[in-house]
Ligand binder design. Structure first.
Ligand code: DCP
Ligand code: CA
Length: 406
C-alpha cells in the first residue's frame, strides 16, 4: 500500500494572522514587513495584494508604488509563534507522525488513517475546518505518496486548496509543471536547466541520469528522483530524534518467511538490548522493508505502553511484517526494525503485572550473560535458524546502525 503523506501549509501566514485578529483587514490588500517608507522587503502579502503583483521578498517601496492602497503592517513575531503552536497542536490531534518544517508548514503521515475519517481526503477537510474554526486561518493541503509530490500539490492548490495525487499518477501530475515548481530547484538550477532546453518537470524526468549528474553532482540524482515522483524520505518526528534501529540487506533477495522472521528476531534482539542499555522504553516500533525493485516502505505501530523487551519489539515487528507481506508479493532485499519515541521508564512499567516483571528479569539476565560471553552466547529459538542461513554470524549480510532511516 502506498504511503499517504500530507503537506499542510498556511496561506499568506503572517498577513492572515493579522487579518484573523483584525477583521477590518480581511479581504483587503495587506502586507506584513514594515512601513512602506522604510527600507525592507515584503515578508508576507495577502492574496488581494498579490493580485497587484506584490510578493514576498519585494522591496517595500516597490510594493507601495504598485499598490498604494495596501495596509502595511510591521508585524509581531510572538503573534506568529503563538498561532504556529496552535496550528501544530491541531495537526498533532490528527496524527502523531507529524514533522513541523517551519512556523506554518508541516508534513503528516496519514497512511492507514482512512479508516478513522472515511478517506484521507475527508481527513484533510476536517483538518482545514478545525484550522478555520479555531484560528480563522486557511490551510492548503497536498496529499500524495511522498513528501515532494505532496508539497508540490499543496503549493499548486493555493489558496484554501486541497489536492490529492492518486498513487501511480505522480509522474503525470508533475510532468506539465514548470521546473521551478519542483522543490530543490532554485534560480541557478532553473537557469542551467533552461539553458539545456529543459523547462518542464516532464522533460527533466526524461533527462539521462548521467547528464544530470555531470551538471549537478549528487544533487542530480535527487532531481532525477523528484522529477519522477520518487522520494522515500520519512516523516521526522521531532521528539524522537533519538531512535535505535538495525537493518540488514540480504545477499540474495528473499521471500522465505522463516528467513525473514529469523532475521527480524535477530535484529529485534539487538535493538531491544541497545534500548535496555540506554535505560529507555520505546513507544513506537517501525518495520522497514526494501523490495527487489528498491521500493522502500516503513510501517509503524504505536504501543499503548513503552517497552524494551525482545518479545514485544519482535512481536510488533512480526505483525507489521505479516501485514506487509500479505499486501506485496515482491521478494525482499532489506529488512530493518527500529524503535523511536523513547521514554524514561519512570512509572511506565506495570510492575503489578507479574508476566511483565518476569520478562524484564529474564531480559536483564540475558543481557548480563551476553555482556560476559558475547552476543551469540544466547540465542532464542528463532534466531537459531539464522545459523543455517548464515553459517557464520555476520556472513552473507551487512549490519549497520543508522538512526531510523529518515
Ligand atoms: N517569511 C518571511 N520571509 C521570507 C519568506 C517567508 O518572513 N522570505 C514568513 C512570512 C510568511 C511565512 O514566513 O507569512 C510563511 O512563508 P510562506 O513562504 O509559506 O509564505 P506565505 O505563508 O506568506 O504565503 P503562501 O500562501 O504562499 O504560503
Ligand atoms: Ca505559507
Amino acid at each position: 500500500m502506498a504511503r499517504r503523506i500530507m503537506h499542510i501549509d498556511l496561506d499568506a501566514f503572517f498577513v492572515s494572522v493579522e487579518q484573523a485578529l483584525n477583521p477590518n483587514l480581511r479581504g483587503k490588500p495587506v502586507v506584513v514587513g514594515g512601513r512602506p517608507d522604510r527600507r525592507g522587503v515584503v515578508a508576507s502579502a495577502s492574496y488581494e495584494a498579490r493580485a497587484f503583483g506584490l510578493h514576498a521578498g519585494m522591496p517595500l517601496t516597490t510594493a507601495c508604488r504598485l499598490c498604494p492602497q495596501a495596509t502595511f503592517i510591521e508585524g509581531s513575531f510572538s503573534r506568529y509563534r503563538h498561532a504556529s503552536q496552535k496550528f501544530m497542536a491541531i495537526l498533532a490531534d490528527f496524527s502523531p507522525y507529524l514533522e513541523p518544517v517551519s512556523l506554518d508548514e508541516a508534513y503528516l503521515d496519514a497512511t492507514g488513517f482512512e479508516s478513522i475519517h472515511g478517506s484521507i481526503h475527508q481527513m484533510a477537510i476536517a483538518i482545514k475546518q478545525r484550522i478555520k474554526d479555531e484560528l480563522a486561518l486557511c490551510a492548503s493541503i497536498g496529499i500524495a505518496s511522498s513528501k515532494v509530490v505532496a508539497k508540490v500539490a499543496s503549493e499548486l492548490s493555493k489558496p484554501d486548496g486541497l489536492l490529492e495525487v492518486a498513487d501511480g499518477e505522480e509522474r503525470s501530475f508533475l510532468a506539465p509543471l514548470p521546473i521551478a515548481k519542483l522543490p530543490g530547484i532554485g534560480k541557478k538550477t532553473e537557469r542551467i536547466l533552461n539553458g539545456l532546453g529543459i523547462n518542464t518537470i516532464g522533460k527533466l524526468s526524461n533527462m539521462p541520469l548521467d547528464t544530470l549528474k555531470s551538471h549537478f553532482g549528487t544533487s542530480g540524482e535527487v532531481l532525477h528522483h523528484y522529477a519522477n515522483g520518487i522520494d522515500d524520505r520519512e516523516i521526522k518526528l521531532p521528539g524522537a530524534a533519538k531512535s535505535i534501529s538495525r537493518e540488514t540487506t540480504f545477499g540474495k533477495d528473499t521471500k522465505d518467511r522463516s528467513q525473514l522472521e529469523a532475521t527480524l528476531r535477530y535484529l529485534s534482539e539487538r535493538v531491544s538490548s541497545e534500548l535496555r542499555q540506554q535505560g529507555k522504553l520505546s513507544r513506537c516500533i517501525t518495520l522497514k522493508l526494501r523490495y527487489a525493485d528498491f521500493r522502500t516502505i516503513t510501517r509503524h505501530h504505536t504501543l499503548r505502553q513503552g517497552s524494551n523487551t525482545d518479545q514485544t519489539i519482535f512481536d510488533t515487528g512480526l505483525q507489521l511484517l505479516k501485514k506487509a507481506l500479505s499486501q506485496e508479493k515482491q521478494p525482499v532485499r532489506l529488512i530493518g526494525i527500529g524503535v523511536s519515541n523513547l521514554i524514561e521508564p519512570g512509572r511506565q512499567l506495570d510492575m503489578l503485572d507479574s508476566s511483565a516483571e518476569r520478562l524484564e528479569h529474564l531480559n536483564k539476565a540475558i543481557d548480563r550473560i551476553r555482556k560476559k560471553y558475547g552476543f551469540t552466547a544466547i540465542q532464542t529459538g528463532r534466531t537459531l535458524l539464522l545459523k543455517d542461513i548464515f553459517p557464520q554470524s555476520g556472513e552473507g549480510y551487512t549490519l549497520h546502525t543508522p538512526s531510523l532511516s529518515r
